[in-house]
Design a protein. Sequence first.
Length: 605
Amino acid sequence: MVDGGRHPVKRVVGEPVTVGATVFADGHDLLRVVLGHRAPGSGSWVEVEMASVNPGLDRWEATFVPEVTGVHRYRVRAWIDHRATWRDGLARKVSAGVDQPIDHQGEPEGRLRARDATTSASVEVDVEAERALFSTWYELFPRSLPATSADGRTQTPLVAAVGQLDELADLGFDVLYLPPIHPIGHAFRKGPNNAQTAGPGDPGSPWAIGASGPGGGGHQAIHPELGTLDDFKALVAAATDREMAVALDLAFQCSPDHPWVDEHPEWFRHRPDGSIQYAENPPKRYQDIYPLDFETPAWRELWEALAEVTRFWCEQGVSVFRVDNPHTKPFAFWDWLITEVRRRHPDTIFLAEAFSRPAVMHRLAQVGFTQSYTYFTWRVSRWELTEYFTELSTPPSVDELRPNLWPTTPDILPAHLQDAPLEAFALRLVLAATLSPSYGVYGPAFDLGVNQAMGDGKEEYLDSEKYEVRTWDLSEARTLRPLMAHLNQIRRDHLALHTLRTLRFQGSDNDAVLCFSKTAHAGASVDPARPGAAAVVVVVNLDPSSPQAATLHLDLGALGLDPWRPYEAVDLLGSRTYTWSGADNWVRLDPSVAPAHIFRLAQEA
């Protein structure tokens, strides 16, 4: 249950729901306990016998696997089984030789039958399509794409983005995420490196949404320099043809030039002198952005306008949204908005960009956000990674918050990647791609290992693409793209990497070497002989500057292996096969050769 049943449990189609319950009665009578589950639109419950998994603690357990999207329900029913109690007592007497003829004359009439069962309250399970759990994101700024096609024709950035799709699909990405594509305000426009003053040709930050005059508009308009609505719809259609989705940024804020500033001044917070309050996060000041006032007396009209923005883009074919700073808006708003949008567009995915306090991030997940950014960006040591991902992969977190891991973002170049070699970016890429079923990269900056920060302890890129157009040369000899393609192929081929809840950290005698394992969905009816169903063990060298060796200690039983027989460890990254015996095995990783081993473990039947 999530928050005592106040919010739905999260699953995707084919992801098992394992239900445990404490069930007991007075005396020594035997019980029957069943798990009932009901698919959306069904008027009847399907019941599964629950097994006693810990009689001493009265724990019972059963699993069901949802096969369609929508809100499922489950409940537990229990009653005293008088027939089983009578048969058990008779068997004990016969075994002890103390039975009497009267004991064989038949069971007594039961006082409690199934119709008199105790029934729990039902619990909701929100079941979504697989992309809600397993997805691979690539972020790029369209305005930095080449203005000339390969055959020399002038093209808009949105048309140029279509030309990127084949390569991104070949690299294994299935979500192309675009920062805001709307007109950008001119008032207080920021210059390069977040300068307070912009020059005549400076494009400004895409998050300062809205402009007046010709080519202007708000959240339902496209910046004229990026292309037209038809260009955008063509991009969505081309992505769909490649089984990719285009994700848009939902940034519910306005530039001072946004049409809403004149049309609906009541939607903004005002200072005592009557001027509108711009955004602040002291000591930072964002004069180019006006936050919306969700406590305005006209909140109903504001909420509906924001829902209409979201529905508009859904009608253009968008099914994935990355939501900017959702923790600065009311939880009740998101609960309402996500419910309203999914009423018409049930498969819509919302990613919460909320680097906030844990309770806030979890509440956003509870009220409907499909996925969430995480603290992974700053978790570096073996201890930090082990503690944090043990939390994320176990209840209650794993039932409500789906992590989407990003090593960097346009806003964040963490300290451990500043002035760091490409090997440091490679190890973070491997961790993101294997620890979580969903991850993303901000490219092409990440692909190339761009590592220059603004300095003064700031976690911001020097010459950030947020404030200026950048030209990226992906023909450079050293990029992470070959590794990305290899990792994403491994992810697609191995079911163990499609889940978070089977993550287990394994032993290593070197703190610089992290070892963890994954198996296919716990409780799923997966054929062990099916390709990709094998257990996967990932070993990562956390030191990007020097080779590291370690003796691993594996829990072979948890990995489905017979500890008394040898087994093969196939290195999917290094294309080598090792024959191992027992739990303890030695590895060595040179970051100049490979950041990690990704072993598929196999043992002959």
